[in-house]
Design a protein around this ligand. Structure first.
Ligand code: FES
Length: 156
């Protein structure tokens, strides 16, 4: 059933006048995610072939758009890797998150529930070090509050 739905999505977007336009690619990825719950790299590559785009373009879009995900994780934590957060224990906060989440090379925690990624400056430097969890800013983090946050999200 999923295969059939995916084929329909690929065919629909491939037939658009400009299927490689970014807004069309993102709309296609959103529809795929509605069907599968996420956009695994292999499916993004299939979608890319269907519209004549490079697979890396689609997998990059999945990573860039916070509403898209490549695996069926439930929570996303973004640790700031900017200089100001770095000067205030940002690296220690990140290490504390890793300690609890134990992310694999794809950034997903061992139990598959939390994606950990970094961003160079969350544009909230005055409250550094900062972490975003599911789009909510957690200011003035410490390694201990980072561990607590990670443990909470791992269990939710
Ligand atoms: S450096 Fe972290 S919010 Fe700017």
């Amino acid at each position: 059933m999923n295969e059939e739905q995916l084929s329909e999505i690929f065919d629909y977007y491939a037939a658009l006048p400009d299927p490689r336009r970014q807004e069309n690619l993102v709309a296609m990825l959103r529809e795929i995610q509605d069907v599968l719950g996420c956009v695994p790299d292999g499916v993004a590559a299939q979608a890319a072939r269907a519209v004549g785009e490079k697979p890396v373009v689609l997998t990059s879009l999945v990573r860039r758009f916070s509403t898209l995900k490549s695996a069926a994780w439930s929570h996303r934590i973004t640790a700031c890797s900017g200089a100001r957060c770095g000067a205030r224990q940002g690296a220690e906060v990140y290490r504390a998150l890793c300690e609890v989440l134990r992310p694999g090379p794809d950034g997903v925690s061992e139990n598959g529930r939390v994606l950990l990624c970094t961003q160079n400056c969350l544009k909230q430097c005055r409250t550094s070090p900062n972490v975003l969890a599911d789009g909510v800013l957690h200011p003035h983090m410490t390694p201990e509050s980072a561990r607590e946050l990670a443990r909470k999200l791992l269990e939710e």
